[in-house]
Design a protein around this ligand. Structure first.
Ligand code: NAD
Ligand code: UPG
Length: 328
């Protein structure tokens, strides 16, 4: 059993990582400033409130819990906001990661699992996208993630730290039976927004572009269940703690789903039709993003077990039944 510090563990992906760590026999400790997180989502270990840019507070938490490894999920995540306020994103996502790795070095904590993103690749030059795809982010958010990957690679070479850069495609789904799921404020992701329409929390769903070069004209994405994502984090931590080599790996399913297919799947799963209307393309969107998962299957023996219907069913149960109770 290892003690794992999960930064951003009061957030969406981080809370699922804590559940998976606990199920695997480990001891998660959440470090989060609650900027976008929720204390109600911290259910499987200690909670330490703090900012990843606060070196003294981090050092105190490392001294108290002596983590064997870090899963670094804490970040600002809104791509559009990163265009408006790049300084904030570089500060939290890059300075915060550097501060965290500095404290890790001082505490002789050598395992760093990092929430990266397919946004580091930028516009797709080939599909599916493998890890050697050219890296040319189109937003400051993507750059902060790429810079953190680069910095941790260099720090690892100098210090002996080992890393796993996990490049998520579209995280989706929930663990409603465990009382955790997605709650971003503001929400910008397609699946929760479509479900909010069914729940009367939004007036209608806008399909951002219907003339893309895809099989039905709407954008194609690779949705991966957060429980599958979390399982990959546990595998990555265990590999590195066991002395395994660093890696950078895509986390996706390899199967693309268009926005129109997502809406059809929602109708299939919930029995209700989303009121959706075509709208102009959203700035910064790529037409299609799909992962090549060969590397992660080989290196972590990881395959996602939940397809789009299971993702929607869990998200639907979370938003419709569980989330209102969790947040009062
Ligand atoms: N959701 C996705 O589809 C997706 C895709 C690719 C990558 N990612 C990455 O996964 C990670 C988690 O994303 P998420 O969807 O769970 O977002 P989230 O907002 O739910 O979680 C991020 C957490 O980080 C915390 N945080 C923010 N700034 C902090 C700071 N300065 N100090 C301490 N804690 C801070 C927030 O309070 C929040 O709990 C992020 O790094 C994100 O970039 C997410
Ligand atoms: O109201 C909406 C919201 C989204 N979409 C479309 O749905 C798809 C998925 O959008 P969204 O759920 O917002 O995810 P992405 O924009 O694909 O962003 C994901 O992929 C990025 C990498 O490109 C990551 O950085 C993000 O964190 C992650 O959420 C895109 O084609 C959007 O254009 C709509 O049509 N209507």
């Amino acid at each position: 059993m290892a003690t794992i510090l999960v930064t951003g563990g009061a957030g969406y992906v981080g809370s699922h990582c804590c559940l998976a760590l606990k199920r695997a026999g480990h001891d998660p400790v959440v470090y989060d400033n609650l900027y976008n997180g929720h204390e109600q989502l911290v259910k499987w270990g200690a909670f330490e409130r703090g900012d990843i840019r606060d070196k003294a507070r981090l050092a105190e938490v490392f001294a108290r819990h002596k983590p064997d490894a870090v899963i670094h999920c804490a970040a600002l995540i809104e791509v559009g906001e990163s265009v408006k306020h790049p300084d904030r994103f570089y500060d939290v996502n890059v300075t915060g990661a550097l501060t965290l790795m500095d404290v890790m070095r001082e505490a002789a904590c050598n395992v760093f699992v990092f929430s990266s993103t397919c946004a580091i690749y930028g516009a797709p030059q080939r599909l599916p996208m493998d890890e050697d795809h050219p890296q040319a982010p189109v937003s400051p958010y993507g750059w902060t993630k790429l810079m953190t990957e680069r910095a941790s690679r260099d720090i690892a070479a100098a210090t002996g730290m080992r890393f796993a850069h996990l490049r998520y495609f579209n995280a989706a789904g929930a663990a409603p039976d465990e009382g955790i799921g997605e709650r971003h404020t503001p929400e910008s992701h397609a699946l929760p927004l479509a479900l909010f329409t069914l729940l009367g929390r939004r007036d209608g769903f806008k399909i951002f572009g219907t003339n893309w070069d895809t099989r039905d004209g709407s954008c194609l994405r690779d949705y991966v269940h957060t429980l599958d994502l979390a399982d990959a984090h546990v595998r990555a931590v265990e590999r590195l703690l066991g002395g395994g080599a660093s890696l950078a790996a895509n986390l996706g399913t390899g199967d693309g789903v268009t926005v129109l297919e997502l809406l059809a799947a929602i109708e299939r799963v919930t029995g209700q039709r989303v009121d959706a209307t075509p709208a102009p393309r959203r700035d910064g969107d790529a037409p299609a993003l799909v992962a090549d998962t060969t590397l992660v299957e080989r290196e972590l023996s990881w395959t996602p077990h939940r397809g789009i219907d299971a993702i929607i069913a869990d998200a639907w149960k979370w938003h419709a039944k569980v989330e209102p109770g969790v947040f009062g």
